[in-house]
Ligand binder design. Structure first.
Ligand code: OVM
Length: 400
């Protein structure tokens, strides 16, 4: 550890990747926000930021808080990464600028809007089937089933083996944490899963009309190499499934727990877009990401050294009372934009138009057909070093 960082710091022994923390992070978030603008997490020898202002400032200062050393606990400059680093997520300018430009274009709101009809049709067909069943698992039957259909269809990959996408997402998002039990369990079948994923990343494996092949078009125009194009398809398959699975699942969880908020939405379906932002604020599917300092700096009177890991608690920023009025209240009418769940700055979620389109399609279809959700059993959590969400959500629906 750098000696600069020993002065005047607020220390906590909390383990943000323990089962206790991941099962119920909110009291711990509160304690870390109260401790100060930046706290030393003794368990791992890293910094943590849990207030909205500091999380936002760190995300918008990529020169000081870099991504190239990895956005997990592991420092790629000190230990080998478990897979070749992402050339967009785990990269800094100038490489990041070039790769990001390609994905920004392919995933722009206007480009993604052409998927709206297909996404809406698939959502309505799925909701029709579930409404007929009356009882189903909100996670397997809806939050997983929907993205696993529409997203690989949109990217242009074949039907067989799509369950590998869930296994791979589980590997990727657990890998941002320590090498704990969650990581080891996720990696149990890593070889075949990784092989399947990589086999879907080549030009030959992609449909001629999907988002994936559009990345290869950037090779033909000289923006990327063939290898880089394959790596960016891997980014689609890494980042595009679990994030939306957990986001849709958390939205269903919120509406089952706060039926009056579902009633508000049904009375005014134009609130659907805003409501999803509130879900992302209130039950952030992506809880944390790391950065690494590129020089010694001072934050709120605390000195951080060069080359130190900083854990950004996006979900804690989302409930910071310094930023939000009654942050513990789930309110679909709130102005929830400004939440940190998509990040912000140069690494801000490039796929957010796809995520929003999926949620609008699903909750638009549900709002038409479903009057109310009722839990028929205890929801079970699925612990993950980065994601917050459920393993099962047993639901009964009242059809309108
Ligand atoms: C990637 C990647 C993986 C996971 C998440 C992510 C949130 C990106 O491979 O580029 O963005």
């Amino acid at each position: 550890m750098n000696m600069d960082s020993t002065v005047d710091r607020l220390v906590t022994g909390i383990d943000p990747f323990s089962h206790a923390f991941l099962s119920d992070p909110y009291p711990h978030h509160e304690a870390m926000r109260a401790a100060g603008p930046v706290v030393w997490l003794d368990h791992y020898g890293i910094w943590g930021m849990a207030r909205h202002q500091e999380v936002r400032d760190a995300l918008t200062d990529w020169q000081t808080y870099c991504s190239g050393a990895g956005v997990g606990l592991s420092d790629f400059r000190k230990e080998p990464p478990w897979r070749p680093p992402s050339i967009i997520l785990e990269a800094d300018p100038p490489l990041h600028t070039r790769t990001r430009a390609v994905l920004t274009r392919i995933l722009s709101p206007a480009a993604i809007n052409v998927l709206r009809e297909t996404f809406a049709r698939e959502a309505e067909a799925l909701v029709d089937r579930l409404a007929e069943r009356r009882e189903f698992d909100g996670i397997a039957d809806l939050a997983e089933a929907y993205p696993l259909k529409v997203f690989p269809d949109a990217v242009g990959i074949s039907e067989e083996g799509r369950e590998n996408l869930l296994s791979y997402g589980n590997m990727v998002f657990n890998s941002f944490g320590p090498r704990n039990d969650l990581f080891e369990k996720a990696m149990a079948n890593a070889g075949p899963v990784r092989d399947w994923i990589m086999s879907k990343c080549s030009r030959a494996a992609l449909a001629p009309d999907g988002l994936g092949i559009q990345i290869f078009a950037a090779v033909d125009s000289g923006e990327l190499t063939e290898l880089e194009a394959g790596m960016l398809v891997r980014s689609f398959l890494s980042a595009g499934i679990d994030t939306t699975v957990y986001g849709l699942g958390n939205a269903l969880y919120c509406f089952a727990n706060y039926p009056e908020q579902w009633a508000v939405l049904r009375e005014n379906p134009s609130l659907i877009r805003l409501a999803f932002e509130e879900v992302l604020r209130f039950e952030a599917p992506v809880q944390t990401f790391f950065r690494t300092t590129t020089k010694a700096i001072e934050v709120g009177g605390v000195k951080l050294g060069d080359g130190e890991k900083v854990l950004l608690f996006l979900a804690a920023a989302n409930r910071d009372p310094r930023r939000w009025d009654k942050p513990e209240i789930f309110d679909v009418k709130r102005r929830a934009t400004g939440h940190m769940t998509f990040g912000t700055g140069i690494h801000g979620c490039v796929g957010q138009a796809v995520a929003r389109l999926e949620s609008e399609a699903v909750f638009g279809a549900l709002a038409k057909r479903i009057a109310a959700f009722e839990l028929t059993g205890e929801p079970k959590r699925r612990l993950n070093n980065t994601l917050r969400g459920l393993d099962s959500l047993p639901l009964r629906v009242t059809v309108a």
